[in-house]
Design a protein around this ligand. Structure first.
Ligand code: PEP
Length: 245
């Protein structure tokens, strides 16, 4: 059975806690639970207020987590703290963190393991930059990143394929490109998790919006989307949901 479609929203470093609560209240006024699962990945300081304002049935998550369990790691947020703040998901290895904070595959895997140890589901991001794509090495590159980022990570995981050249640029991979890479990822997941790979979710991310979300998510190996820019306005989120339902 194919897994339930997930619309995962990544606000990045946008919205104050006050704005986050207002967004949650606005969503609650129009949201009707459907077949698509929705989760909002908000900045950590906004999680509590957002959860309170959010309609039932919509999950929250964080955009990063510490690879450490607790202790002397100033500025970091642990998986236990996120669980206590009622998070379901946490993004790990987003390309902006891999670039801005030099996160390696080994660190991403350590963060994913911490998340799982606290019952959170990590959304592990992988994907190639433009130069790699132009050299035609995107499949090898992405699968190597995937294998490194899943070291010691069990099957309670979501994968997001996000070609870096499509993030926040308005350039979207075609639905066929998204499917080709999602199928390759599914193959690598089968090597890692056996038959369980068929029930795992592989998302596509990169300039997804109301007018392309349905075509991308209709691909057989694409089980949802990770959405940045188009997640900020409730109106766009509702439009994506109605396109998917
Ligand atoms: C993202 O932040 O993961 C993302 C895919 O951003 P955007 O939708 O803006 O390209």
């Amino acid at each position: 059975m194919s897994p339930r479609t997930l619309l995962a929203l990544n606000w990045k470093m946008n919205k104050t806690p006050t704005e986050a609560r207002a967004w949650g209240r606005e969503l609650a006024r129009s949201y009707r639970r459907g077949t698509v699962e929705v989760a909002v990945m908000a900045p950590a300081v906004s999680l509590y207020g957002l959860k309170e304002a959010m309609p039932g049935g919509v999950d929250i998550g964080a955009q990063d987590v510490s690879a450490h369990e607790s202790g002397a790691h100033t500025g970091e947020i642990s998986a236990a703290m996120l669980r206590d703040a009622e998070c379901t998901y946490v993004i790990v290895g987003h390309s902006e963190r891999r670039t801005d904070h030099a996160e390696t595959d080994a660190l991403v895997a350590a963060k994913a393991r911490q998340a799982q140890a606290q019952g959170l589901t990590p959304i592990v991001c992988v994907g190639e930059g433009l130069e790699v794509r132009e050299r035609g090495e995107h499949v090898e590159h992405t699968l190597a990143q995937l294998r490194g980022s899943l070291d010691g990570v069990d099957e309670r995981v979501v994968i997001a394929y996000e070609p870096v050249w499509a993030i926040g640029t308005g350039k979207t991979a075609t639905a066929e490109d998204a499917e080709a890479m999602a199928a390759a990822i599914r193959g690598a997941l089968r090597e890692h998790y056996g038959d369980l790979a068929d029930s795992l979710r592989v998302l596509y991310g990169g300039s997804v919006k109301p007018d392309n979300v349905a075509a991308i998510c209709a691909q057989p190996n694409v089980n949802g989307a990770l959405v940045g820019g188009a997640s900020l306005k409730v109106e766009d989120v509702l439009a994506m949901l109605s396109a998917l339902e």
